[in-house]
Ligand binder design. Structure first.
Ligand SMILES: *[C@@H]1O[C@H](CO)[C@@H](O)[C@H](O)[C@H]1NC(C)=O
Ligand SMILES: *[C@@H]1O[C@H](CO)[C@@H](O)[C@H](O)[C@H]1NC(C)=O
Ligand SMILES: *[C@@H]1O[C@H](CO)[C@@H](O)[C@H](O)[C@H]1NC(C)=O
Ligand SMILES: *[C@@H]1O[C@H](CO)[C@@H](O)[C@H](O)[C@H]1NC(C)=O
Ligand SMILES: *[C@@H]1O[C@H](CO)[C@@H](O)[C@H](O)[C@H]1NC(C)=O
Ligand SMILES: *[C@@H]1O[C@H](CO)[C@@H](O)[C@H](O)[C@H]1NC(C)=O
Length: 669
C-alpha cells in the first residue's frame, strides 16, 4: 500500500493537470455509482457492530444507541461513560489554552512580564521573529523553561559557568559540552546526540551569546536537589525579580570569563581540526577560577530510585510518608477516576511525590535502573527527559529532530483510520532496568515486561486472570464488571519483545515465558489503531511519531519532556496509569466487547482523538517547534549565566518595528 502511494505520488508529479482532472472525474463517477448501488451507510459501517440494524441503531439490553450521520458518533443521548466527561473537560481546557495566546509582540512581552516578573531576555525580539516566521502556534507556552531555570537565579552566574565549563573534564561523568563562541559551535567527538544538537543549533547560533552547554550523555536524568534547599533557591529567585526599566540593555555581556577550556586529559589531535568542523581550533578564554568544580556525582545504579527522589519531595508528601494509607488514598483520588480507574490528571499521574510509592516496584528505572549517576547539587545539566523531582534542564530530545527512520514519522507508511485493525500494538526490547539471572522472577516487575504479560492471551488464559471493566446499564451509566481478558487480548492486542537486553548474567530465564518476535517497522505498526507507548531506560523516542500518525496514541510514563504543557490528555492522546489497571477498561471502551459482557464500541471517539492528536502534532511538534523551543531555552540560559543578568533584557513594547513585523507575519491559527 505505501509503495503504491509512493508510485502514485511520483506519477502525479509528471502527469499534466488535464490527466489528473480526468482521473478525478473517473474517481467521482466510481464513487457516485457505489453510492447508487449500495446503501452507503452500510458500506461505511458494515464492519462496525453486527447488531446495528438498518436504521443505524444498536440495541444493548433495553437500550438503543443511535448513530447519527457520518462522521458523527454513535450517539447515546445518555451515554454517561467517564471517558466522555474526561474528553469534554480536556476540550474545555484546550479551548482556554488556545483562546489566551498572545497575537502580537506587544501582548507577548506584556504577558511575559506578568508571568515571570522580569523583562524578556536579550535577543527576545530575534527569537520572536524566528518563531513567528516559522508559524509558532502559542508564543507564550514556554513555562517549562522558566521552571527549569528558576533555581539557577540563586547561584552566581560565574559559578554556573564554572560548573558548565568543567562538566565534561572527566569522560566518566558522561556529560558532553557543546560550546558557542561568536556564533560558532564547537564540540568534541561525543557521538550522535551532540552532533544532532549541533546541527540544530546552527539554525540560530548567530543570535546567542558565548556559552557552554553541558549535555547529559546518559539515558537517565542526573540532578536531584533536596526539597528544603530547592525552596531556598526559589525564594532567592522570587526576590530577584524586577521590572525596573532604567539601565536595562538588550544585549548580552561580551568577553565572558570562565568558559570551557579543552581538557588536557582528552586532547584532540591537531590534524583532526582541519577535517571536523565540530572541533575547536579556537581561542578559549582561560578559566579564571582555579579551583576545580565539584559535582558530587554518585552512582546509584540498581538502587531504589524513590529513596533518592523522596528527598526532593515536600515533607507532607506521600513520597516522604510512604507507609501512610491516608496518603495512598489521597494519591489515588488525585489522578484517577473512581470508576474505571482512568487517569483524570496526567500531570499528577507522573508526579513521583504523589504516586511514587505506589509504582516504585513497578517501573524499571525506579526499581532496578541499569545506570544512574546523580548529584544532589544544583548544577546545570541539559537532559532530554526527567522525572518531576529532577532539576535537569529539559531540551527537545535529539531523536525527535534527527531524521532516523526508526523514529521519524513518514506519511507513506500510514493508512486511513478505517483501514486499520482494532488492535493495540507494542514492540520493543527488554529495556527499562536490569534483570538478573539469579533472581529469575524479578523481571516481572518491569514496566515493559508487565505490559507484555498483561496482554499475552496465553499467559492470561493459563492463569485464569480476571480484571474489571465498565459495562453499560440501561440508564446509560456504567458499572464495574468482572472480565476475563484472555479472549479479548487474543483478538485485540499484539505485543511482544524483539530482543533480550539488560540481563545481568544470561538472558535464558526469559525462554520459558517470552517469545522474541521479529522487529517491526512503522508501516507494520501503523496498521493498528491503538499504539501504546511506554518508557524504556528513559523516555520513548517514538512518541512524536505516534502522535503524528493516524493511529491513536496511548501513553504511560514517569518522565517529563519539553512538550508536556502543549499536549492535552484526552484530547490528543489517551493517558494510561503506570500500573495499567485501567488498560482493559480503556480498550473495551474504544473497541467494544461482546460475549460474556457487552460493551458498545466507541470507534468514533477513538478516531476523533487520533485525528486531533495528529492535527495538533502538525502544529506544535514540528521540527520548527523543536528549534523554536531550543532557541528560547538558550536565550534564557544565556541570561542566567551572564554576570549582568539583573541588568539585561528587553524593555518597551517593540514600537513601530514590531508592529510592522506583526502585520507582515500575523499569528497563525
Ligand atoms: C485568559 O487568562 C486569564 C488570566 O490568565 C483568565 O482570567 C481568562 O479567563 C482566560 N481567558 C479564557 C478565554 O480562558
Ligand atoms: C495472573 O494471575 C497470576 C496467578 O494468580 C498472577 O501471578 C499474575 O500476576 C496475574 N497476571 C496479571 C497480568 O494480572
Ligand atoms: C475473537 O474473534 C473471533 C473471530 O473473529 C470471534 O468469533 C470472537 O467472538 C472474538 N472474541 C472476542 C472476545 O472478541
Ligand atoms: C534460550 O534461547 C536462546 C535463543 O533464543 C538459546 O540460544 C538458548 O540456548 C536458550 N536457553 C535455554 C536454557 O534453553
Ligand atoms: C505468551 O505467554 C506464553 C505462555 O507463558 C509464552 O509461551 C509466550 O512466549 C508468550 N508470548 C510472547 C510473545 O512473549
Ligand atoms: C504539573 O504540575 C506542576 C505542579 O502542580 C506544575 O508546576 C506544572 O506546571 C504542571 N505541568 C504541566 C505540564 O501542566
Amino acid at each position: 500500500m505505501p509503495r503504491v502511494r509512493g508510485i502514485a505520488k511520483k506519477l502525479s508529479r509528471n502527469i499534466p493537470t488535464t490527466s489528473i482532472s480526468l482521473v478525478l472525474l473517473v474517481l467521482l463517477l466510481v464513487n457516485v455509482s457505489i453510492l447508487w448501488s449500495f446503501n452507503s451507510y452500510s458500506v461505511l459501517f458494515a464492519e462496525w457492530l453486527p447488531s446495528v440494524n438498518g436504521a443505524g441503531e444498536q440495541r444493548i439490553g433495553r437500550h438503543v444507541w443511535r448513530r447519527a450521520k457520518e462522521p458523527t458518533p454513535l450517539v447515546e443521548v445518555d451515554d454517561r461513560h467517564p471517558i466522555r466527561e474526561l474528553m469534554r473537560a480536556a476540550d474545555a481546557g484546550f479551548e482556554r489554552y488556545n483562546a489566551n495566546r498572545s497575537r502580537t509582540f506587544k501582548e507577548a512581552v506584556s504577558k511575559y512580564r506578568k508571568s515571570y516578573g522580569r523583562h524578556p531576555p536579550p535577543g527576545y525580539k530575534e527569537w520572536y521573529k524566528f518563531a513567528r516566521k516559522r508559524k509558532v502556534h502559542n508564543i507564550d507556552d514556554f513555562q517549562q523553561i522558566h521552571d527549569d531555570l528558576r533555581p539557577f537565579w540563586a547561584i552566581p552566574p560565574s559559578q554556573i559557568r564554572h560548573y558548565a565549563a568543567h562538566a565534561s573534564d572527566d569522560y566518566g561523568h558522561l556529560v558532553a559540552t557543546i560550546s558557542l563562541r561568536d556564533g560558532q559551535i564547537f564540540q568534541e567527538l561525543w557521538g550522535w546526540r551532540s552532533e544532532t544538537f549541533v546541527k540544530l543549533l546552527k539554525r540560530f547560533a548567530r543570535w546567542l551569546p558565548d556559552m557552554d552547554i553541558p549535555m547529559n550523555r546518559m539515558d537517565q536524568p542526573r540532578v536531584i536537589v533536596p526539597w528544603e534547599e530547592m525552596q531556598k533557591h526559589l525564594e532567592v529567585e522570587r526576590k530577584s525579580r524586577s521590572l525596573v526599566e532604567e539601565g536595562v540593555t538588550d544585549s548580552f555581556s561580551r568577553n565572558i570569563r570562565g568558559l570551557y577550556v579543552p581538557s588536557p586529559r582528552y586532547p584532540q589531535p591537531a590534524w583532526l581540526n582541519r577535517f571536523n568542523p565540530f572541533l575547536y581550533p579556537i581561542e578559549h578564554n582561560r578559566d579564571q577560577q582555579g579551583s576545580p568544580a565539584v559535582y558530587e556525582w554518585f552512582n546509584y545504579a540498581g538502587g531504589q530510585f524513590m529513596d533518592l527522589a523522596a528527598k526532593a519531595c515536600p515533607p507532607d508528601s506521600y513520597a516522604r510518608n510512604a507507609q501512610s494509607s491516608k496518603h495512598a488514598k489521597a494519591a489515588e483520588g488525585s489522578y484517577k477516576h473512581s470508576l474505571g480507574g482512568f487517569v483524570t490528571n496526567f500531570n499528577a499521574s507522573t508526579d513521583l511525590c504523589t504516586v511514587g510509592p505506589q509504582i516504585s516496584h513497578l517501573h524499571g528505572m525506579l526499581y532496578a535502573s541499569t545506570s544512574m549517576q546523580v548529584t544532589h547539587k544544583l548544577i546545570p545539566i541539559f537532559s532530554e527527559c526527567k522525572t518531576n523531582i529532577n532539576s535537569d534542564i529539559l531540551f527537545p530530545a535529539n531523536m525527535y529532530w534527527k531524521k532516523d527512520k526508526r523514529y521519524d514519522y513518514n506519511d507513506l507508511h500510514d493508512i486511513p483510520w478505517d483501514d486499520k485493525d482494532d488492535i493495540m500494538v507494542w514492540r520493543g526490547v527488554t529495556s527499562g532496568g536490569n534483570t538478573f539471572a539469579d533472581d529469575p522472577q524479578r523481571w516481572r516487575n518491569m514496566h515493559r515486561h508487565r505490559l507484555v504479560l498483561l496482554t499475552n492471551s496465553t499467559e492470561l488464559s493459563i492463569n485464569h486472570n480476571t480484571t474489571t471493566i465498565l459495562t453499560p446499564k440501561d440508564d446509560g451509566t456504567y458499572i464495574p464488571h468482572p472480565f476475563a481478558p484472555s479472549p479479548f487480548a487474543h483478538n485485540h492486542t499484539n505485543t511482544g519483545f524483539t530482543e533480550k537486553l539488560a540481563c545481568v548474567g544470561s538472558c535464558d530465564f526469559y525462554n520459558a515465558s517470552l517469545t522474541m518476535l521479529p522487529q517491526t517497522n512503522f508501516a507494520e505498526t501503523f496498521k493498528s489503531k491503538y499504539l501504546i507507548d511506554v518508557d524504556g531506560h528513559s523516555f520513548s523516542g517514538r512518541w512524536r511519531a505516534f502522535l503524528q500518525s493516524r493511529s491513536l496514541g496511548l501513553k504511560a510514563t514517569i518522565f517529563r519532556e519539553w512538550h508536556d504543557s502543549r499536549l492535552f490528555a484526552w484530547r490528543h492522546f489517551v493517558p494510561v496509569d503506570n500500573r495499567y489497571d485501567d488498560l482493559y477498561s480503556l480498550l473495551t471502551y474504544f473497541i467494544g466487547a461482546k460475549g460474556d459482557v457487552n460493551v458498545p464500541a466507541h470507534d468514533y471517539e477513538a478516531r476523533k482523538l487520533a485525528q486531533q492528536g495528529r492535527q495538533w502534532a502538525g502544529k506544535v511538534l514540528r521540527r520548527e517547534d523543536l528549534e523554536i523551543y531550543t532557541f528560547r531555552l538558550l536565550l534564557e540560559y544565556g541570561r542566567v549565566v551572564d554576570d549582568e543578568r539583573e541588568r539585561i533584557g528587553v524593555v518597551g513594547d517593540g514600537g513601530v518595528e514590531m508592529e510592522e513585523f506583526d502585520r507582515r507575519y500575523p499569528a497563525v491559527d
